[in-house]
Every structure is written in C-alpha cells, then in structure tokens.
Design a protein around this ligand. Sequence first.
Ligand code: GLA
Length: 385
Amino acid sequence: MNKPIAPTPPMGWNSWNTFGWNINEELIKGIADTMAESGLKDAGYEYIVIDDCWSEKQRDENGRLVPDKNKFPNGIKAVADYVHSKGLKFGIYSCAGTHTCAGYPGSFEHEFVDAETFAEWGVDYLKYDYCYKPDYIPGEILYKRMAMALRNCGRDIVFSACNWGNDGVYNWIRESGAQLFRSTGDIQDNWESIKRNALSQIGNSCYSGTYCYNDIDMLVVGMHGKGDNEEVLRDCLEGCTDTEYKTHFSIWAIMNSPLMIGCDIRKMSESTKNILMNKDVIALNQDPECRGPYCIKQWNNRDNVMTLIKPMVDGSYGIVMFNLGDKKSEMSLQFWDMGLPFSSGRGLSMYNCWTHEEEGVFTERYVTQVESHDCVVLRARVVKL
Ligand code: GLA
C-alpha cells in the first residue's frame, strides 16, 4: 500500500440485507452486471461485497478458507475476476472471532493466512465482524492484527471493521488502520431502525473523517420488505415508504457513512433508482474533505426535527433538514446558527438537491414545511447581497 485507499466513504452493494445466506456465483455476477449497466457505477458505486455464509464450514488441511462448493463452484477468484472485468471492485467477509455470526469459520488466529488468501483471490475490501470473539482478548488487538495483516498482504484491501460500536471503538479504530467502522447494531427495513441508527450517531462527527469513516450500517433503500434475510426483515411488513428511504439516504450521505446498497438492484423501481443515483446528494457524501456535519435541533421539537450542516470543500454547505416525527412540521434554519449574521451583508443561495432547482437567495433564515418522515436537502452558497 503506497498511497491511501478509500479517500472518500466507500460506495457499493452488500449481499446481507436482502439475501443473507442465500448467495451464489450467479447472483453476484448478475449484481455486477446491473451495477455496471444501470447507472449505479457511473453514480459512484464501486464495491460488490459478499457478506457472511460464503465458505464451507471447515478450513482445508492447510488451514485455508474454502469457498462453498455449491454456492461458488468456480471458487471466489472467478467471481472477483468477473467483478473486476466490469470495472468494479470486489469485497468479502470474515470475523474477528473463531466463527462468523452465522457459524462459518472466523479468522481468529488465522489473520495473516486469510489476508494472504484474500489477496490471492483479488479481494479489494474486507468486512470484519465481531461474533464468537474469545473474552480473554480485547477486540482492539484483533482489529489491529487484521489491519496489520491486510496492510502487508501485497494488495490494497479496504478494511471495514464491524464491532457495532462496542468496546470504545471510537477511541482506537482510526489508529488500528481500518478504513471504516460500524458504530451501530444491525439495521432492519423499518423506520424505527433507521431512526435509531441515525440518532445514535448524531454528535459523533469528530470520530469520522477521511480514511476512517463511521459506518451507520448498510442501506435498506428499495427493499420494501423483500428478501431472504429474516433478521433484517423482522417486524418489517412492507418495509419503508419511498419518502422514508429518501430521508434515510440523505442522512447517511451527509453523515459520511459508507453508502452500501442492500436491496436487490436487479429489481430496482424508478423511485429507488432516483434515490440511490441522486448525484447532488451523493456529492454531499463524497466531498473530498469529508467533514462531518453539526446538528441544530428545532427548538420546539428537539427529539425529532433537526438540521445537519456540513461544510464542503468549495466553501458551500450541505444541509439536511429532517422530520423523524409523525406530524408535519415547520422548520426554520437561522443563519446566525451557522455563523452568518445579517450584519455580514451576505445571504445564502439555496439549491434544492431533491428537486434539483435553485430556490433563490435567502437572508437571515430559511423556513420550510417538512412532512412526517421527510427531509429537505440543500446546498447553500454564501453570496453578497
Ligand atoms: C452481523 C453484522 C451484519 C452481518 C451479519 C452476518 O450481524 O452486523 O452486518 O454481516 O453479522 O452474519
């Protein structure tokens, strides 16, 4: 590794949310085809990641991981090669413990040989979970160990740590060498879950930035309650509405979370495409400076209605005003809360990232009505009056 990898939050697709254990070579190839042809690749999505359940239950006689012979009859390298042939990158999954969460072999005390195997297969990204971790050894050491193995395996492999925010991960993960870290429990395709994950990380911006991003979990955008993964679909019925997915995507984007799609992209509706490929919202996520947003809560509804504001490298500001509550709400953003008093002789020119229209120049404040579970996303530029 001679130059840094993951200069902005990784974007891609992961098999877990929709497919769980039900993965195979044909599926992954089909996903790669769709990624390349549907516009997702052009919008910035790059990684195709196979999550848990891809291997045999036992290592081979040399202690190496073995791909499941039925699911991946040609091995993992063949799948990685196919993904690469589409101009995309390939990711896989293992675990810091003795077993993965679904009970397959984990990398505990096999870190270096597994990193070597992944490099041989052409892996570009490793998600690394936290189940079945021996109690006597701190997780911090195990993530440092795999980070060292990956950083010395001869291939650039993004290290996606996944210990769900446990053990003070914020205080040691950047130093470990990982490029991203999960800070939350597993997302489900329902509004309460989206809300819980988002709220739990507001205020943690200082821990997330270039080369080490706070991962609020994979996206459920476009799932609409469909798939084989009963865990992710528990209590979900029809999943979420398109409005809820739009808000979910906007919050994840401005919080610098990796944007890892979890739906079956081969069957995306037009609304799902519009959400996942909104270039103006993706631009907020992919800003090269990757500063996290600060939060201003609406004074009369602090628990549900708030605004996230992120300084962008070009001097503009990304703004997401959202209403997590169950009633429509008026929201107002006072510009002095952002550092812009009227006495400055300046106002904000607002571009709406969902309608893709300029809204004009505003002074002192911006007021809008936000429907329940909806959001307004703006790119604000400071202008002289
Ligand atoms: C954990 C992770 C999930 C997924 C599953 C796979 O629960 O948090 O994202 O990887 O394991 O078993």
